[in-house]
Design a protein around this ligand. Structure first.
Ligand code: NAD
Ligand code: DAU
Length: 349
């Protein structure tokens, strides 16, 4: 029998890979609930939209009445909650939107689930969270599941708060939950406001490549399909009340990553080697910019046998090829409101 699962934010970057993976497994009936903000795009799911086990519903997780009705209409066995405002820079210019969606929206779902699952067994609420809740590392060390929370941006504070609410509902109302905290993802469907797709877009169009500060901040990159595979594994086999860190064991300084991307793209575009590097422009640093993230994913490896499948260079090549083969997608998402935000954001620097 198919399990009935609600996925929120399934039209976004990571959510679209999770929805596709669950549909392709053939084990689930999926309802994808998404508000379709600037970051949500149904093109990301065109290949599975007619699957009989898939349904899309446009809606806002912050709309209590609508969410309660949804849980009355459907008997969901699980919820995988990804819907969020996800871009740190936007959280600096507009923190209230992040509190609304990431905190109020999560609690609205928790409330509906708490009521709907009273007296029912074998249910699970899965909160997809971020490593940014742990704050910023110095030169040494890794984030572990027991690392104290120390969020430093409005985005990470909102995600930390929603993690706390999930645990509080677990403790207070016995809500069965699991949380994962993942490092930086990259791959197909990535909205071109984040570092890797923005650089791909700008290299392709010979536009300046804005590197914040001196480019010395470090991120730990994971191919998005590896994240989706981890989410499926944790949803199916993780233990209730547990947290799992997910990461690529793949740390890169931003400037080294941008150099690598320039070189890959110069080769693919037939440019003179080194020419794209000339587009690099060091710009004003992000306010409160976290220096380094790095995940210790050994718990997930030891308990559930997960490990990343792709080497970074292979993943980057695949990603660049995807963007080259999906120019229409890129043109669509870089028109309209996106450009307005981008221009305002970068002319302020
Ligand atoms: P995204 O911005 O690409 O997608 C978010 C999706 O949520 C969009 O489809 C959007 O329309 C939807 N959404 C936003 N507000 C909503 C609302 N009020 N109601 C319903 N839907 C709404 O984000 P992403 O990068 O795919 O991240 C997904 C989740 O994973 C987020 O919770 C994020 O915090 C977490 N995460 C992201 C990364 C990363 O590197 N991108 C890493 C770790 C964790
Ligand atoms: O660690 C997980 C997090 O990774 C997720 O929770 C977030 O949703 C996701 O957006 C991502 O956050 P980051 O802030 O790390 O990602 P971003 O791609 O915005 O930036 C990566 C690094 O590159 C960061 O150090 C800032 C820098 N940067 C970013 C942009 C957009 C630049 O130097 N120039 C840029 O133009």
């Amino acid at each position: 029998m198919h399990k009935n699962v609600l996925i929120t934010g399934g039209a976004g970057f990571i959510g679209s890979h999770v929805v596709r993976r669950f549909i392709k497994s053939g084990n689930y009936q999926i309802v994808n609930l998404d508000k379709l903000t600037y970051a949500g795009n149904l093109e990301n799911l065109r290949d599975i939209e007619n699957d009989p086990n898939y349904e899309f519903i446009k809606g806002d997780i912050c709309d209590f009445d609508f969410i309660n009705e949804l849980f009355k209409k459907h008997d969901f066995h699980g919820v995988i909650h990804l819907a969020a405002e996800s871009h740190v820079d936007r959280s600096i210019t507009n923190p209230m939107e992040f509190i609304q969606t990431n905190v109020v929206g999560t609690v609205s779902l928790l409330n509906a689930v708490k009521e709907a699952w009273k007296g029912k067994e074998n249910r699970r609420f899965y909160h997809v969270s971020t490593d940014e809740v742990y704050g910023s590392l110095g030169e040494e060390g890794l984030f572990k599941e027991i690392t104290p929370y120390d969020p430093k941006s409005p985005y990470s504070a909102s995600k930390a708060s929603s993690d706390h609410f999930v645990r509080a509902y677990g403790n207070t109302y016995d809500l069965p939950y699991v949380i994962s905290n993942c490092s930086n993802n990259y791959g197909p469907n990535h909205f071109p406001e984040k570092l890797i797709p923005l650089m791909i877009h700008n290299i392709r169009n010979k536009k300046p490549l804005p590197v914040y500060g001196k480019g010395e901040n470090v991120r730990d990159w994971l191919y998005v399909e590896d994240h989706a595979r981890a989410i499926e594994l944790i949803f199916e086999k993780g233990k209730n009340g547990e947290t799992y860190n997910i990461g690529g064991f793949n740390e890169w300084k931003n400037i080294d990553l941008v150099h690598l991307l320039c070189d890959i793209m110069d080769r693919k575009l037939g440019n003179e080697q080194g020419s794209s590097r000339e587009l690099i422009t060091f710009v004003k640093d992000r306010a409160g910019h976290d220096l380094r993230y790095a995940i210790d994913a050994s718990k997930l490896n030891e308990e559930l046998g997960w490990e990343p499948s792709l080497q970074f260079k292979e993943g980057l090549e695949k990603t660049v090829d995807w963007f080259f083969n999906n120019e229409q997608w890129l043109n669509d998402v870089t028109s309209g409101d996106y450009m307005k935000y981008y221009d305002e954001h970068y002319t302020n620097r």
